[in-house]
Design a protein around this ligand. Structure first.
Ligand SMILES: Cc1ncc(COP(=O)(O)O)c(C=O)c1O
Length: 420
């Protein structure tokens, strides 16, 4: 029989820039890391360059872990780069929300003692078995009776099982609504909780209000719904997982401070019967922990009017700048002469031949930006490199650790104090 070989669609981001800045120093060695402009000067990179700020990643984790009244699980899908995971670990993250066998293997390889939670509501049977028997995963999410029975069967009905019923939360003001695919209705969740309680040692309710949620009260509404569902089910619930969705700043978007989200969650939770029954809180942030910790440096290959052809695009790390219309903070890097002071709005074309490889922005840059210039795009630690494809052969990228400050601050996160 022909052997089925695994082939990764995308070259991993493991190609560091050459020379003395190549290796990972961990968070403690951050002061010796270079600035982005020094790396550009030394290497003149003509491939996209991912600039990781380990100290900023660790500081974001520290801010969130310090503020959240419960356990913090990092949503690995958001950015699975090992340097990123190590920095978050250094910032106090010990729990990981994984959604695939590859994510589970990666986290287990990096942190033998990490608590891994398999929070994808639809899983392959082999993935459930391997998570349970090979990697010590005990918690699984689900939103259907079929998935619940699948998990029970594939873990051989063994003791120690944790089952998390994913609930569709009330609508909220978010950039990404995540309720279209996963989540049980309140009525279905009631039945699932009752069944889960019969077979699991730990029972939880989880939800996701949507990514980049600008509304602290969205969490409060979802917590009240979860409480009502648990009451209707008439079973004890051990964990309430309020998911991800915590926002960061983008140009012209400043979210409410982290404390507004934490207060809304803590106040709403304190008023529930769940809390009175000893239930514990979890959160699964992705974007909020990693967005400010990574910038992407692209190079301009051509200018046509107010459109710049750059070497990364919507099939690479700038997926969110395409159809979702995200704008990222932009900074021109030009080494041989200064740029004009006037700023102008630009759009970008990515490197592939598809005319959909277009980013409207607008990205504000010096009006004379053109071929040969580099552009640092900030806030790209979340859903940047993790969404890259190999389309059209443009999958090469460089990786470097730097000590620059993030281009934007998000209220409530103490990131600048630790940066350069
Ligand atoms: C189950 C789950 N948890 C957490 C997250 C992280 O969300 P965010 O990056 O908005 O914090 C996601 C994102 O898709 C998710 O699907």
């Amino acid at each position: 029989m022909t052997e089925l070989r695994h082939r990764s669609a995308v070259s991993p981001l493991r190609r560091p820039v050459a020379g003395r800045w190549a290796g990972s120093r961990g968070v403690r060695g951050t002061q010796r890391l270079p600035l982005i402009d020094e790396v550009v000067r030394a290497h003149a990179p003509d491939e996209p360059m991912h600039c990781l700020r380990p100290a900023v990643l660790a500081a974001a984790a520290r801010s969130f872990v310090g503020a959240f009244p419960g356990d913090v699980l990092y949503a690995v899908k958001c950015n699975p780069e090992p340097t990123v995971l190590r920095a978050l670990h250094a910032g106090g993250v010990r729990h990981f929300d994984c959604a695939s066998p590859a994510e589970i293997r990666l986290v287990r390889q990096l942190f033998a003692d990490a608590e891994i939670h398999y929070m994808h509501p639809v899983k392959a049977r082999s993935a459930v078995r391997s998570a349970w028997f090979d990697h010590g995963v005990r918690d699984f999410s689900l939103d259907s009776a079929e998935e619940l029975e699948k998990i029970v069967a594939e873990t051989d009905g063994a003791p120690g099982l944790g089952l998390f019923v994913r609930l569709v939360p009330p609508k909220a003001e978010t950039l990404y609504d995540l309720s279209g695919k996963f989540g049980a209705t309140p009525a279905a969740a009631v039945e699932l909780l009752r069944r889960a309680r019969q077979v699991a040692d730990r029972v939880g309710i989880c939800f996701h209000v949507g990514s980049q949620c600008m509304e602290p009260d969205a969490y409060a509404r979802a917590i009240r719904l979860a409480d009502a569902v648990a009451e209707e089910a008439g079973v004890a619930v051990d964990v309430l997982d309020v998911g991800g969705g915590f926002p960061v700043s983008y140009p012209d978007i400043t979210p409410p401070p982290l404390s507004a989200f934490m207060d809304a969650i803590a106040d709403a939770f304190a008023a529930t019967r769940l809390a009175a029954g000893g239930c514990r809180l979890w959160a699964e942030p992705g974007r909020a922990l990693v967005a400010p910790g990574v910038s992407l440096v692209v190079q301009v290959q051509h200018r046509r009017g107010d459109m710049l052809f750059v070497n990364d695009g919507v099939y690479g790390s700038l997926s969110d700048a395409g159809a979702p219309g995200f704008r990222f903070p932009a900074r021109l890097i030009r080494l041989d002469r200064s740029a004009v002071p006037e700023q102008a709005p630009f759009g970008f074309f990515g490197p592939t031949c598809d005319s959909a490889d277009r980013m409207a922005g607008p990205f504000l840059l010096p009006a004379d930006a053109g071929e040969g210039d580099w552009i640092e795009l900030g806030q790209l630690g979340a859903y940047g490199s993790s969404l890259r494809t190999a389309f059209n052969g443009f999958d090469q990228a460089r990786l470097v650790e730097v000590r620059d400050r993030p281009l934007l601050e998000t209220p409530g996160y103490d990131l600048v104090a630790v940066a350069a």
